[in-house]
Write a protein that binds this ligand. Structure first.
Ligand SMILES: [Zn+2]
Ligand SMILES: [Zn+2]
Length: 642
């Protein structure tokens, strides 16, 4: 896989090159591997001998994430055989850290070789490192029923070239497929066999701990803390059997003194906990025997009986599974979001057509998995997908219920933003544009988002911040005019969200150098309550850190539109915040320009930032908090109209 596409390691390249390369990948995937059920004319091109035969993999046992090995795929021709000109493609795993297969250098990683059981058959073998496949094409004779082709990935030439082994992915998942596709008649059309082989990628040993508390609770209320053992890549270390010890203030009750991890915990446990006194609290956890330890995010504890009508929930609503170009099953991501990340809100946003198979073939499966994951009152899962336009930019589509449909960019009826918005049911769908300011593809803001379909914009993710051209933690391949400030300057009223755009199965984890997370002030943990909060733009974004931030203008929350004449002059934006690191500064921005600042003195801060009231023109205001470690939180804007 070209490295510029690798989530978490985006590097600078011209967007045009990027878009062309991706378009090239799509065309190539389309031509080589046209799917069977996708309405791409497979029924016209498919012949009886296509997609026939069987394949197995050796070894078929699990592999540890990040380890090296040799895998052999044995393909046996079916009764129809394979005619001259036909062949077999083995698609070695594309996502994300698998070694590129190559046939040029026998002593280098990923060396691949193909052999045939029938000496009368002549074939040509070819490896494409960038697109991770090895192909064998029959050029003489014919592969008869039972003849086999043997594809060796990481071929050490019987041990004489150990460095030729292939590296397995860093990211654990239960089903890593090796897709096998067959062109039986030689017309160039390859069809997937009935069952491609797969292996499991397991986590490496535990190398780090995580502890997460909820964003907010009332004094003496029982809330939840999660503790997880992760391997060095962030995978859930399911084999962890250590004992962890908690340390916290005397006002924190309900936690056990220590706790051993059991097999059924799969490396992650949750515990009820109560905080008796108001304020910000954290909990430290240490593994017995030393070594691993972690400190939780801060929880804001409000005085008993004085809860605000809304409460801070944490969410990651932009994640990819193996059903497009990510890692793991939808259920695995849900489990990680909830049991490791202690998140309140999750959405899976697989690409509509950017993966090995179009998402339409998995949509019912996603719909069911998300419906099952939704747990009213405790955990909210939203049905969603990513409308993936390499022309106009990417938008995630969210639904408040299980009825949502997939309107793909690959469908000519919905391949412009306007057609997409027109197709979506009013009041029952929201779109959120992301990585707007640059890589991998910027948003074309000349399409005006309808306020009843698009209320929010994703300002930060693994791709970087799209706040403004030249802003901190800026996105790669920046494109002037495509940033969030540019959209706001056009008069679009968009609140802010952050989310991971993760492809490695770890929702809620902060990525380096930039991640994304969503803080949302909702009246509770149900789809209806969260939907109301998203629609009201009562949201804020962070670069992944769980920074507590509340901003109000009088009685008005972030995200509101307010009339200036009803407000005293100067406007006083009141904020309460607690960082995960010492706070550097808190700024108020008016129409994109900082106009008032306070400096931090530690991790917690509250105060007011001021702006002159303007009775002549509309302005937008938001607060940006920056930590000493570079972490950022952005409140949604408040719009003040004359
Ligand atoms: Zn995207
Ligand atoms: Zn995405």
């Amino acid at each position: 896989m070209p490295r510029w596409m690798l989530a978490g390691r985006p590097v600078g390249r011209a967007p045009l090159v990027l878009a062309l390369a991706i378009a090239g990948l799509l065309v190539l995937l389309f031509v080589l591997f046209r799917p069977r059920h996708a309405g791409f004319g497979g029924s016209i091109l498919s012949r009886a001998s296509d997609g026939k035969g069987t394949a197995t993999i050796e070894p078929e046992g699990p592999v540890e994430a990040g380890s090296h090995g040799t895998w052999t795929i044995h393909y046996a021709a079916g009764n129809e055989g394979i005619a001259k000109g036909g062949g077999v493609v083995v698609h070695l795993p594309l996502y994300w850290d698998w070694t590129e297969p190559q046939m040029a250098a026998p002593s280098l990683p990923g060396y691949s070789a193909v052999t045939c059981s029938n000496p009368k058959v002549r074939f040509e073998a070819h490896a494409d490192p960038g697109f991770h496949y090895v192909r064998a094409r029959i050029v003489g004779g014919r592969l008869a029923a039972g003849d086999t082709l043997r594809f060796v990935y990481g071929d050490t030439l019987a041990g004489s070239a150990p460095a030729a082994r292939a590296r397995a992915d860093s990211y654990a998942e239960s089903v890593q497929e090796f897709l096998v596709k067959v062109d039986g008649d030689g017309d160039g059309y390859h069809e997937e066999i009935a069952r491609s082989p797969s292996i499991e990628v397991r986590a490496a040993p535990a190398a780090q701990l995580r502890i997460y508390v909820k964003g907010e609770a009332e004094a003496a209320e029982t809330t939840l803390v999660t503790v997880a053992a992760l391997d060095r890549f962030g995978n859930q270390a399911a084999d962890y059997r250590g004992t962890v010890l908690f340390s916290h203030g005397p006002e924190t009750t309900g936690l056990p003194v220590n706790r051993e991890f059991r097999p059924e915990d799969e490396g992650a446990r949750s515990f009820p906990v109560r905080f008796e006194t108001p304020g910000f609290h954290t909990i430290r956890v240490v593994a017995e025997g030393g070594g691993l330890q972690a400190v939780s995010n801060p929880i804001r504890v409000r005085p008993r009986g004085e809860s605000s009508e809304f409460r801070l929930l944490w969410g990651d609503i932009h994640q990819h599974s193996r059903l497009s170009d990510g890692t793991g099953e939808p259920e695995d991501l849900v489990r990680y979001a909830r049991k490791v990340g202690n998140l309140d809100l999750f959405a899976l946003t697989d690409h509509d057509h950017h993966g090995l198979r179009p998402l339409a073939s998995s949509w019912e499966r996603i719909r069911e998995a998300i419906a099952r994951a939704n747990d009213p009152g405790r955990f909210v899962a939203l049905l969603a997908y990513e409308w993936t336009s390499w022309t106009y930019g990417h938008r995630n589509v969210y639904y408040p219920d299980d009825a949502g449909e997939l309107f793909s960019f690959a469908d000519s009826a919905t391949n412009t933003p306007e057609e997409l918005w027109d197709a979506l049911p009013e009041g029952r769908a929201l779109t959120i544009a992301h990585h707007t300011g640059g890589g991998p593809v910027p948003i074309d803001w000349s399409w005006e988002p309808p306020p009843n379909r698009e209320r929010l914009v994703e300002i930060s993710s693994i791709h970087g911040s799209s706040e403004c051209f030249g802003c901190p933690k800026g996105i790669y391949d920046p494109v002037p005019g495509a940033f969030v400030h540019d959209a706001l300057a056009r008069g679009y009223r968009l609140g802010f969200v952050g989310s991971g755009d993760g492809h490695v199965g770890h929702p809620g984890e902060t990525a380096s150098p930039c991640g994304g997370l969503l803080g949302v002030y909702a009246s509770g943990r149900t789809r209806e309550e969260v939907w109301e909060a998203l629609d009201a733009r009562r949201t804020y974004a962070t670069t992944g850190e769980r920074i507590v931030l509340e901003v109000r203008l009088g009685v008005h929350w972030m995200g509101e539109e307010v009339s200036a004449s009803a407000l005293p002059d100067p406007l006083a934006f009141r904020f309460v915040a607690c960082g995960t690191a010492p706070i550097d500064l808190v700024e108020l921005l008016e129409n994109g320009t900082p106009i008032d600042t306070v400096f931090g003195k530690g991790t917690a801060i509250e105060g007011s930032l001021r702006a002159r009231r303007n009775l002549a023109a509309s302005s937008y205001y938001y607060i940006r908090l920056t930590q000493m470690d570079g972490g950022i939180a952005w409140s949604s804007p408040i719009w003040v109209d004359p």
